[in-house]
Design a protein around this ligand. Sequence first.
Ligand SMILES: Cc1cc2nc3c(=O)[nH]c(=O)nc-3n(C[C@H](O)[C@H](O)[C@H](O)COP(=O)(O)OP(=O)(O)OC[C@H]3O[C@@H](n4cnc5c(N)ncnc54)[C@H](O)[C@@H]3O)c2cc1C
Length: 423
Amino acid sequence: MSLPASVDVVIIGAGAAGLSAARALSGQPLTVAVLEARDRIGGRAWTLPFRGEGLDMGCGWLHSADENPLVPMVGTAGLSLDRTPPPWQSQIFNHEITDAEIADFRAAYDAFDERIAEAAAAGREGPASALLEPGNRWNGRMDAISGALNGARFAEVSILDYDAYRDTGVNYRVREGYGRLIETLGRPIPVVTDCPVRKIDRTGPVLRLETDRGVIETRTVIVTVPTDLIARETLKFDPPLPALIEAATYVPLGLASKMHMTVTGAEDFPENSQLWGRNDTGDTGGYHLRPFGRPMIEGYYGADLARGLEAEGPAGFFDFAVEELVHLLGSNMRRRLEPVAATMWGADPWAHGAYSHAMPGHAGDRLQLKAPVENRIFLAGEATAEAFYGTTHGAWLEGARAARQAMTALGLDPRPLPGDEEA
Ligand SMILES: Cc1cc2nc3c(=O)[nH]c(=O)nc-3n(C[C@H](O)[C@H](O)[C@H](O)COP(=O)(O)OP(=O)(O)OC[C@H]3O[C@@H](n4cnc5c(N)ncnc54)[C@H](O)[C@@H]3O)c2cc1C
């Protein structure tokens, strides 16, 4: 698709937020262009085909599924919703841990969560790590969980932001892949791919966007790029927007990485079960055994551990996973595992990470990020979703919100929203 010369609305980025914004605008008397830097749509929602199935490289779980607006769209998109509960809180075979210790860990985590809620209610800000009990034996494991949840250690996570996250505890999956769902929903939308936007010139009465495929003019723009791209000024504003850049800097993307592996003799393990690598350190992975009953294991790693594993490359990354599984399940795992795909979101030039977390002292920066600029530049994405940040449904809801703001700015009544209810 070629780049139009001028439109009413440009949407930068064809991930969940951008595609949701485009769907919300479809059917309106407006000209819209969606510009995407990659050669594919979906962004951090991306399913890799493997042996007739789909492996999610980015998002995999429809979190807060009882409130998640994407859940009803799974069936209408012709895909299958899997309601098998996640195994995250269990440890099969009680490897390296007894039932009593699992209960002890849960109690320690619940107490930590309570301290977070109490501190937040009192308006106390700071690093979430300040509320870990000094010397508690489970602190390492809790920090490994922070790596998976936040892409960062608790020391880098704001108490108030962590507390603001809304988790209803209901989690579903799409059997064919969450990335496949977003791609299916986005398929009818015309997208200009291979089209990085480099600069938004806001000096004149119309916005002038410089891209690798030429210049486009627009009355309004919806920006859905990950925060690190704004903080690093890969996408520049002219004149610059220092408050926006600062907010993006303090709501950076943490890192979570996955290693998909096949395992022979998979019947030895219960379907959809879980193992945590080690109890005594944050530098450990979580292992989802036989997801969807497949003869596979999905390793999940967060924060600086994930950055180190990515830096080692797929072979070193796989070796780490094998050594952890050998430690837990015996040396025969060495010949039973084969690597399939390792994610590299930290090195990805259009993401630089997995999902956002607010740094201590910066919980309010998500609001700053979503503040409209001159009533013509609207930001949206997982990072602007105050309660559902870091998630695909949060990005989806935010895309629709920005579309409504753009419509209002262009003098249209933003209701009803076509495509909000159905695929
Ligand atoms: C490993 C991993 C696991 C995850 N697990 C889950 C999960 O289980 N559940 C969940 O809900 N979420 C999960 N997430 C998070 C979820 O994938 C993201 O929150 C969501 O996909 C973000 O959508 P977005 O539209 O905000 O951003 P993106 O998907 O990043 O979309 C932004 C788009 O903008 C494009 N872009 C960037 N710069 C430019 C530019 N200058 N010009 C043009 N285009 C540009 C990018 O290429 C991208 O396509 C996970 C993410 C990762 C990486």
